[in-house]
Design a protein around this ligand. Structure first.
Ligand SMILES: Cc1ncc(COP(=O)(O)O)c(C=O)c1O
Length: 391
């Protein structure tokens, strides 16, 4: 057996996948499980995007492209960033990536050295903890607390920052809390980043999935931030394109130059025909996105009410993404025990909050990216299981 590299020794498998595997196992045994663990829209990709990709393949767009991506997609990304976020970039400052996952990998790996520290939300999507580990860097969790509406607490950031802190991650809207950062919070975070001269990675993949008429703000648009921010965004969530593996990175040229070298030696470029699908997504009708978001909001409203009406459970009303971070402290179980309880007593699959960091203790993540019928079934089963244990 070959010994794994030192950098991989502390990198575990994702516990989200573990829950999904358990759900799949029970399903294979014939158990009717409702899986609320995956962060993936249940909708299919809008047809005009599929057509654009297929047309591209048929007309011979099957060759290598520029490492950063086709100019048509980079120009469409620049237009989107200008119109939606008030950000000005040149197409040379854009890299089209293999999902936002690649954007996370190249942005962190290009700038973290062993011994460096990076401030990462806790709880957060796991890649932000493990990619620093692979680079010998230390991710320092800053907590997003329910009593603070999951807002970033700049006082805590001041406590956590050291002379080794080089970078900071912002995930807005958040996976797993579903919270959106207020404009005043982002303003304070921007001032903190400038004061400590930090390079900021801003993951905005859920920006279009935002409710109640709220507006998304990119931290890159705040004073002093453009030059120190790497914006990550993509197509998976907003356009229901998870399997396409397409995202993009926007940053000042000097930063993009470093990331392009890592990108070219690891993936070459994002798939040629898939990039044409991305052009159609950005330049075509945004109506399918609006319809999906309206449906997500309907499901959120239903699920938040149903869970808050269940004895022993409570949650805030999330402003974005498609997750509810459910407070389970009154159940008397740890969140891992509660996850097992729900899976076996209610046949509902969720993810324990601790899978996203130690601040997730006492919570489970519920994804409502599934049909209303499934959600109704899940809510009724959760209520029945809770009635059995809480008098
Ligand atoms: C915050 C966040 N960033 C990035 C990703 C991955 O995006 P992609 O499918 O584009 O790689 C996810 C997926 O769950 C996510 O939650």
């Amino acid at each position: 057996m070959f010994r794994q590299s030192a950098k991989m020794q502390d990198v575990p498998f994702s516990s989200i996948r573990k829950v999904s595997a358990e759900v799949a196992k029970l399903k294979a045994q014939g158990v009717d499980v409702v899986g609320l663990s995956l962060g993936e829209p249940d909708f299919d990709t809008p047809p005009h995007i599929i057509e654009a990709m297929a047309d591209a393949a048929r007309r011979g767009e099957t060759h290598y492209t520029n490492n950063k991506g086709i100019i048509e997609l980079r120009e469409a990304v620049c237009t989107k960033l200008r119109n939606d976020n008030g950000l000005e970039y040149d197409p040379e400052e854009i890299i089209c990536t293999v999902g936002v996952t690649e954007g996370v990998f190249i942005s962190l790996t290009s700038f973290l050295d062993p011994g460096d520290e990076i401030l990462v939300p806790d709880p957060a999507w796991l890649n932000y903890t493990h990619v620093p580990t692979m680079n010998g860097a230390k991710s320092m969790g800053y907590s997003l607390r329910e009593e603070n509406e999951f807002q970033i607490d700049v006082d805590e950031l001041e406590d956590k920052v050291t002379e080794k802190t080089k970078m900071m991650v912002i995930l807005d809207p958040s996976n797993p809390t579903g919270s959106i950062q207020k404009k005043e919070t982002l303003k304070k975070v921007a001032q903190f980043a400038v004061k400590h001269d930090l390079l900021v990675v801003s993951d905005e993949i859920y920006e279009k999935i935002i409710y109640d008429g709220n507006k998304h703000y990119s931290i890159a648009a705040f004073p002093g931030m453009r030059e120190r921010t790497i914006v990550l965004n993509g197509f998976a969530k907003a356009y229901a394109m998870t399997g396409w593996r397409l995202g993009y990175v926007a940053a000042p040229y000097e930063l993009i130059d470093v990331m392009t070298r890592l990108h070219m030696y690891s993936v070459t470029h994002a798939s040629s025909m898939v990039q044409w699908g991305g052009v159609a997504a950005l330049t075509g009708s945004q109506e399918p996105v609006e319809q999906m978001v309206a449906e997500f909001q309907r499901r959120r409203d239903f699920m938040v009410k149903a869970l808050n009406d269940t004895k022993g459970l409570s949650c805030l009303n999330p402003g974005g993404a498609f997750y509810i971070f459910l407070n389970t402290t009154k159940t008397g179980m740890t969140c891992e025990e509660f996850t097992t309880f729900l899976l076996h007593e209610a046949n509902v699959g969720v993810v324990p909050g601790t899978a996203f960091g130690s601040s997730g203790k006492g919570f489970v993540r519920i994804s409502y990216a599934t049909s209303m019928e499934n959600l109704e079934k899940a809510a009724a089963r959760i209520k029945e299981a809770m009635d059995g244990i809480i008098k």
